[in-house]
Design a protein around this ligand. Structure first.
Ligand code: CA
Length: 228
């Protein structure tokens, strides 16, 4: 499931984008102001952002700067009526992945989105990065997990759950989101997830009753907290 956030104050363009994106199978979220966009991106899982520049509260460039201050990878495509070169350069320098001019061709915009998502997925997959958070270390290249330097043996599903949580550090992930990422659609249910989560917590020593590494948001899902 790919989550697209549209930050756009023009209702008709919102609708146009929504229809085109839903046809492509994306899940679409829409906000109309820069601040709502900034808040949404912090609190939810978003795979790509379509951003207007002329927003009622702040210029869209503020959204880019805010998101880039904590996330260098999240793809952002500016969709704007502004056509001066200087504006485009400013956006690209700020870390925008692509700049599409209004009025746009839906089919072309969808192709650009696909291209950027393909690239961002391959970059993620290719990184041999090591994730560290408190006592926890995940080495993605060797699929190994360490707690205080000692290797922990996880099942394949436990490992996948841990990866999904760590890749969305600080964000609450719904049961359905985790299930779709780990098992694919129609793969498991919340009870099944709970069983795997209990096993995972036991192994990585994350107490379910404290504000530790993995937090339960009752009725919603789970979140990995950033540890010191
Ligand atoms: Ca606008």
């Amino acid at each position: 499931m790919t989550e697209v956030l549209i930050i756009e104050d023009d209702r008709s363009i919102q609708n146009l984008l929504k229809i085109a994106l839903k046809q492509e199978g994306y899940t679409v979220h829409t906000v109309s102001t820069a601040l709502d966009g900034i808040n949404f991106a912090v609190k939810h899982v978003v795979d790509i952002i379509l951003l207007d520049l002329g927003l009622p509260d702040l210029d869209g460039l503020n959204v880019v700067n805010n998101i880039r201050s904590y996330n260098e990878k999240l793809p952002i495509i500016v969709v704007s009526a502004r056509d001066n070169e200087e504006e485009k350069i400013k956006c690209l320098d700020a870390g925008v992945n692509d700049y599409v001019q209004k009025p746009f061709h839906s089919a072309e915009l969808m192709a650009r989105i696909r291209a950027i998502l393909r690239y961002s997925v391959s970059v993620e997959g290719a990184s041999e990065s090591v994730f560290e958070n408190g006592d926890l270390t995940i080495d993605f290249s060797s699929h190994s997990v360490l707690v205080k330097g000692d290797e922990v043996h996880l099942t394949n599903y436990e490992y996948k759950i841990l990866c999904v949580l760590s890749q969305n550090l600080g964000k609450t992930l719904t049961h359905n989101f985790i299930i779709s990422k780990v098992w694919g659609t129609g793969g498991n249910d919340s009870n099944g997830l709970r069983v795997f989560m209990a096993g995972l917590r036991r192994k990585i020593k994350s107490d379910p009753y404290s504000e530790e590494l993995i937090r339960t948001d009752v009725g919603v899902g789970y979140r990995m907290n950033k540890m010191k």
